[in-house]
Design a protein around this ligand. Structure first.
Ligand SMILES: [Zn+2]
Length: 162
């Protein structure tokens, strides 16, 4: 992960300063989530035994401990229930405004997500937002076969243009 603005760290990867998940299947048992995300699909796991559908996805059902889970697709748009905007003092690697919102995705699922492509002061409660998938710096891994660069994606939501 390149560290912008700190020349001595340019081009170096510092795991402790990486806010994003390790997505590669070698290190992550829900890597399918990121494969789906790269196809612009927001997914999670559903328990085949009791139907519980938590987010984020799990490897074991939090209700009945079953590990018989299946992947299901979630809505790619929702409605803003509440939001916060940071306009100054945002963490290194982020740009102001840094907006987060609780989003209602329907079917009883609410999610806290970052909102992008939105100027400060524009987003309001009740506004429609849609999924936005973007590339993040790849993860450099040391594995048995040597060094591997694993591409990564992550998601946020963006306002639906009116
Ligand atoms: Zn269950």
């Amino acid at each position: 992960m390149p560290i912008p603005g700190i020349p001595v760290l340019e081009g170096k990867y510092f795991a402790t300063m990486d806010f994003y998940p390790i997505e590669a299947p070698e290190f992550n048992r829900i890597s399918k989530f990121y494969e789906n995300l790269a196809q612009k699909k927001l997914t999670t796991t559903k328990c085949k035994k009791c139907g519980t559908t938590p987010f984020p996805p799990r490897v074991v059902c939090p209700e009945c401990n079953s590990d018989e889970l299946e992947w299901v697709e979630l809505a790619d748009h929702g409605k803003v229930l509440n939001l916060s905007e940071e306009v100054a003092g945002v963490p290194l690697g982020f740009e102001a405004p840094l907006i987060h919102a609780i989003i209602d995705l329907g079917n009883g699922l609410r999610m806290l997500s970052r909102i992008v492509n939105c100027p400060a002061g524009q987003l309001k409660e009740g506004d429609e937002v849609k999924l936005f998938v973007f590339s993040i710096p790849p993860m450099i891994m040391d594995i048995k076969e040597g060094t591997k660069e694993s591409p990564r994606v992550f998601f946020a939501f963006e306002p639906v243009k009116k």
